[in-house]
Design a protein around this ligand. Structure first.
Ligand code: NI
Length: 136
């Protein structure tokens, strides 16, 4: 069910908001406001000590040398109950890109994400907090 609400904003702030959402490709203000609210709710989910969270981890590394592939696989097996999916892309002769989906208590999967990204040999890593979608 949809409810309509009215919001009062300063003209300058509204102009900035319109410019921002146009640049991001939103077709209307309502969808942009909905996404902003959902972002805040997801942020709140992550600060809650309990409950289930979801995140993706992006890793770029060279597969040869430093046994990184093996250490990565070992860590993923060690945490198999938190690593629900992974995708490996051979970017070129030397470089690999890996995307992992982590699921579990926010604090645990954040720690796991940090462990993965800080493995020696990872050239680039990103941890992106997400949501199961259940609460928003
Ligand atoms: Ni590869």
């Amino acid at each position: 069910m949809i409810e309509r609400i009215g919001i009062s904003l300063e003209k300058k702030l509204l102009a900035q908001f319109d410019a921002l959402i146009r640049a991001k490709g939103y077709s209307n203000r309502s969808e942009a406001v909905r996404d902003l609210i959902r972002d805040k709710l997801v942020e709140q989910e992550w600060t809650a000590p309990e409950g289930e969270a979801v995140a993706t981890v992006l890793l770029v590394y060279e597969h040869e040398g430093m046994d990184l592939s093996q250490r990565l696989t070992a860590l993923e097996h060690e945490e198999f109950h938190r690593v629900v999916a992974s995708m490996h892309v051979h970017m070129d002769h030397d470089n690999c890109l890996e995307i992992l989906v982590l699921r579990g208590p926010g604090r645990d999967i954040q720690r796991l994400g940090e462990r993965l990204i800080s493995l020696r040999g990872v050239k680039h890593g990103r941890f992106v907090p997400g949501t199961t979608g259940r609460k928003i």
